[in-house]
Design a binder for this molecule. Structure first.
Ligand SMILES: NC(=O)c1ccc[n+]([C@@H]2O[C@H](COP(=O)([O-])OP(=O)(O)OC[C@H]3O[C@@H](n4cnc5c(N)ncnc54)[C@H](OP(=O)(O)O)[C@@H]3O)[C@@H](O)[C@H]2O)c1
Length: 264
């Protein structure tokens, strides 16, 4: 496999499962040094061991809760500096999406989901940017979500978090692109990960339908007849992190089989 990331050091938040894990594997296979970040240390340890068996010495891990901002982000970057060196790549993928409407969601859920995903992504970006500016090299990819463009009544908080991330990452790109740092959002539609299972379960509980029926309906809504896998999203992320995408910054790429109806 071409070692196109052999001079890169990547922080992957949410790197122990789902989309983050799929991206971490691809980066390691292509030569990058990677720091996996998530909460569950035992899973992180196992994941790092698995990748280090494939690529000895390429993977480190750091456990923290992204709800604790900005301390967690700063600590993760400090750990990267000690173990893999100055980061050149950041994937923000630590987070979730609660099934909730505007009025029913308790206030604590609104604040908690913003803390983890909106402030988590923003704090990580703010913490790595100085390292990237120093190197005049860096790519930040944020796994945002199509609900940021198509607000979804069942995903009220995620719609708001993702919309806010679209705004702030665009402005960050304005600030850093001329200094060699690119910022790109990726907007998956519902994707086959653990998170999809928990979202389907919450929807089933609320609607009284069986979980399988909820999942089947979601899959049938996709114009391609299936939902993307974490690997489908990772393929796009890897392209965006590569030199092939040197002119892609300050924008969002939908990976949704065309579910989003707008042309923008
Ligand atoms: N799957 C979808 O349908 C979908 C669609 C659009 C957008 N997205 C977005 O894509 C991102 C990744 O989702 P996914 O489907 O890959 O989810 P996932 O399979 O549930 O994986 C989430 C990852 O984030 C970590 N994480 C969760 N909360 C955290 C916290 N508070 N602090 C630190 N790490 C945390 C998890 O590890 P620990 O549990 O050990 O912390 C895990 O590694 C999320 O932002 C999600 O909103 C997902």
């Amino acid at each position: 496999m071409e070692q196109i990331f052999s001079s890169d050091r990547a922080i992957v938040t949410g790197g122990s499962r789902g989309i983050g894990w799929a991206v971490a594997k691809e980066l390691v296979d292509r030569g990058a040094q990677v720091l996996l970040v998530a909460r569950n240390s035992e899973r992180l340890r196992q994941r790092a061991e698995e990748l280090n068996r494939r690529r000895p010495g390429h993977v480190q891990w750091f456990s923290c809760d992204m709800a604790n901002q900005p301390m967690s982000a700063e600590a993760a970057v400090q750990h990267a500096l000690k173990t893999i060196g100055q980061p050149t790549l950041l994937l923000n993928a630590a987070g979730g999406a609660s099934i909730a409407s505007v009025l029913d969601a308790p206030w604590s859920l609104w604040v908690g989901d913003f803390q983890v995903k909106f402030f988590g992504y923003l704090a990580m970006a703010r913490a790595v940017v100085p390292c990237m500016l120093q190197q005049r090299k860096g790519v930040i990819v944020n796994i945002v979500g199509i609900a940021g463009k198509d607000p979804n009544p069942n995903l009220a908080i995620a719609s708001a978090v993702n919309g806010a991330l679209n705004g702030v990452m665009k402005v960050l790109a304005d600030e850093v692109s001329q200094h060699g740092v690119r910022v790109v959002n990726v907007n998956p539609s519902a994707t086959e990960t653990d998170l999809l299972g928990s979202m389907a379960q919450s929807t089933a509980q609320k609607s009284g339908q069986p979980v399988e029926a909820v999942l089947k309906a979601m899959r049938m809504r996709s114009p391609l007849g299936r939902l993307p896998t974490a690997g489908d999203i990772a393929g796009v992320v890897l392209f965006l992190m590569s030199r092939q995408a040197d002119f892609v910054t300050g924008t969002g790429i939908d990976v949704d089989a065309g579910i989003h109806r707008g042309m923008f």
